[in-house]
Design a protein around this ligand. Sequence first.
Ligand code: HEC
Ligand code: HEC
Length: 76
Amino acid sequence: MRFKPKKADFVFIGLVIAVIVFVTLLPGPVPGDFAHRQVTSEKACMACHISGGARPLSSRHPKRPDCLRCHRQPTV
Ligand code: HEC
Ligand code: HEC
């Protein structure tokens, strides 16, 4: 018996790929290292994440000041 994919199989595969792509595009959390636990205000983020800083944002990064709305900050 040879497997003959039906239309529903292609729809399912497409859906799986869409979910994987969506999850990889989600912003990651703020790292829980020493530098990041020191930061208490979103304004301070730009000290390092400005272009020319320790870890500049890519040019495709959204130009928004409300960092923590998208990047979760670890508690403690
Ligand atoms: C003292 C400098 C410094 C400050 C202040 C700082 N960061 Fe960072 N950040 C870094 C460096 C260096 C890295 C890359 C190394 C790492 O992962 O720790 C980084 C990595 C990140 C990453 C992960 C990037 C990736 O590759 O996934 C995010 C998200 C991030 N920072 C967000 C923030 C936010 C939001 C703030 C403000 C609350 C902030 N940072 C403040 C230096 C800083
Ligand atoms: C609208 C949501 C959103 C906001 C607000 C936001 N980011 Fe991001 N950020 C993203 C996305 C999406 C990525 C790419 C995620 C990936 O590739 O894993 C990202 C990636 C990053 C990275 C990793 C590498 C890079 O250069 O793209 C850092 C560092 C970062 N953000 C820091 C910040 C800082 C600091 C702020 C506040 C000034 C901020 N983000 C505000 C959505 C956001």
